[in-house]
Design a protein around this ligand. Structure first.
Ligand SMILES: [Zn+2]
Length: 76
């Protein structure tokens, strides 16, 4: 009897994309597909960020149309 050959549980985090056990080669992902997809998402996120943020105060709100009530006086 040999009790020293106890298999140690591999301490790996699950794939952050699909939750499957990660592979050391692609860690922290489970495969190259998940790794590539995460990289693409990262790129999309960077491209989605506008270089100049829109300032809502730059454009004033449209003035309410005035003079509509003046037409009310011209009734028969
Ligand atoms: Zn995965």
């Amino acid at each position: 009897m040999d009790g020293s050959a106890e298999p140690k549980p591999v301490r790996t985090r699950p794939c952050p994309r699909c939750g499957r056990p990660s592979v050391w080669r692609y860690r922290p992902f489970c495969s190259s597909a998940c790794r590539d997809r995460d990289f693409l998402d990262w790129l999309d996120e960077r491209h989605a960020v506008p270089a100049v943020e829109d300032d809502p105060e730059l454009e004033p709100p449209e003035p309410a149309p005035s003079g509509a009530e003046a037409e009310d006086r011209s009734r028969p």
